[in-house]
Design a protein around this ligand. Structure first.
Ligand code: UDX
Length: 436
């Protein structure tokens, strides 16, 4: 089976590498010359654990290659995956499908054999239908059938999420597409991975509904965490006891400074919009979007208050990425808080450390100092804010840190040290998302 993947972002690259790992012949194309040049040499443009090796391995065994020109491979392919970006259209939250439709037009203009055209990027409900209309306009509906195969990849664990998914969702309105896509995932049969076969619209909805629910679950526990902080109740015990209820589950029940990333913010907005298009208000998701923004804002206000109350002039952020094991800073809470502080406190000197996200953070042109050496970053700091729960921040030597800092305030946005009694004994003023 020959697979063509259009778009080599997080989704396209991981999907291409994993399909080639299944043994299929995969070509990934992108219009970014530099990116393709590097990918051909096995140089990966994103930080994703395990991706480097997987790409190199499959380039070497000739299952995977990269190119600029989709047309060279189109008529040798059995299926074409659209893994192009579907960013939130500024302002109204709709997913912007211009890259999707541009790829579809290009395929329609050049295809001369039967192919299944599959949307892998997260696309609004009804996109497959819109794609079919374009295909009809080009009179290619005999050759091209359309299917939906949404990804559920988390940055930082994307390879595992692809090779060991909880389920595969296949949206197809014709037998040919359904059979072809099911055959692509046959290698997962050994792990008895459930495959949900449904129609294209339902498949598109499943992706948005899943992400919106996860965003709601996180926002729910973030609000409980705010209550626990106010009342001195124990958020750790609350999440543990809730999570033991199999109907709730312990995953995505960790309080934090608000969710970020390229998906939850975009997908919740798009979900709200596609409901509005049907003249229905999605009350829960609308509230999740508003609440998540409020959580980030309220934490920023509280941190500013602490800075002023303690006459802090130098703050060090530990962690800039929106979550550990990724270099992605999109909608990161750390970046949100840094921007807030830069705006509200002109004299504050802000520094930051992050294991991998500094190059992406630098593109934001923030007026802050960056450290790649964690130990050096501590020198003469007055306050440390733990923004992302990278493992490297879980073993800080507080005795040594106390000597390095010129005053001793810690805000732990990820509750890493919430049970560490030594910190306060050493004379640190320790703040966290909740008191226990
Ligand atoms: C998400 C979905 O999980 C994935 O299925 C989809 O395909 C893409 O979007 P991703 O955005 O990469 O994946 O990261 P995820 O691990 O879901 O975390 C999203 C945000 O939620 C991060 O900011 C993270 O810090 C936050 N989060 C996650 C919490 O605050 N608490 C949790 O318990 C889990």
């Amino acid at each position: 089976m020959n697979i063509l993947i259009i778009g080599t972002g997080y989704v396209g690259l991981v999907s291409g590498a994993c399909f080639s790992e299944f043994g299929f012949k995969v070509t990934c194309v992108d219009h970014d010359k530099n990116k393709i040049k590097n990918l051909k040499k096995g140089i990966i443009p994103i930080y994703e654990p395990g991706l480097n090796d997987l790409v190199k391995k499959n380039i070497n065994n000739r299952n995977l290659n990269f190119d600029l020109n989709a047309n060279k491979y189109l008529n040798k392919s059995d299926c074409v995956f659209l893994a192009v970006g579907t960013p939130s259209r500024r302002g109204d939250g709709h997913a912007d499908l211009k890259f999707v439709f541009k790829a579809v037009e290009q395929i329609c203009s050049n295809v001369n054999k039967k192919i299944v055209l599959v949307t892998k990027s997260t696309v609004p409900v009804g996109t497959a239908k819109n794609i079919k209309n374009i295909i009809k306009k080009y009179k290619k509906d005999e050759l091209i059938t359309v299917a939906s195969n949404p990804e559920f990849l988390r940055e930082g664990s994307a390879i595992n999420d692809f090779l060991r998914p909880d389920r595969v969702v296949i949206g197809a309105n014709d037998e040919y597409s359904r059979l072809l896509l099911n055959s692509l995932y046959k290698p997962l049969n050994i792990r008895q991975v459930p495959i949900v076969n449904t129609d294209t619209e339902t498949s598109e909805l499943i992706k948005y509904a899943s992400n919106s629910f996860l965003a709601a679950k996180i926002t729910f526990i973030n609000e409980i965490s705010v209550f626990c902080k106010k009342t001195g109740t124990n958020i750790g015990d609350v999440t543990r006891a809730m999570g033991l209820d199999k109907r709730i589950g312990s995953k995505f029940l960790h309080p934090g400074p608000g969710y970020g990333g390229s998906c939850f913010p975009k997908d919740t907005l798009a979900m709200s919009k596609i409901f509005k298009d049907q003249r229905i208000k999605f009350n829960i998701v609308d509230s999740v979007i508003k609440t998540n923004d409020k959580i980030k804002k309220n934490i920023s206000i509280e941190i500013l208050k602490i800075i002023k109350a303690n006459k802090i002039n130098k703050v060090l952020f530990l962690g800039l990425s929106f979550k550990p094991e990724t270099d992605d800073i999109r909608e990161s809470s750390s970046i949100f808080i840094i921007n807030y502080l830069l705006k509200k406190h002109k004299k504050l000197s802000i520094s930051a450390h992050d294991p991998v996200a500094i190059p992406n953070a630098k593109k934001e042109k923030l007026n802050i100092k960056y450290y790649s050496d964690l130990n050096k970053s501590f020198d003469n700091q007055q306050m440390i804010i733990i923004g992302t729960e990278w493992n490297i921040y879980r073993s800080i030597n507080f005795k040594k840190l106390h000597l390095q800092m010129s005053s001793h305030v810690i805000y732990d946005l990820r509750n890493i040290y919430i049970h560490d009694k030594e910190i306060v004994k050493l004379g640190f003023r320790y703040y966290s998302l909740s008191s226990k």
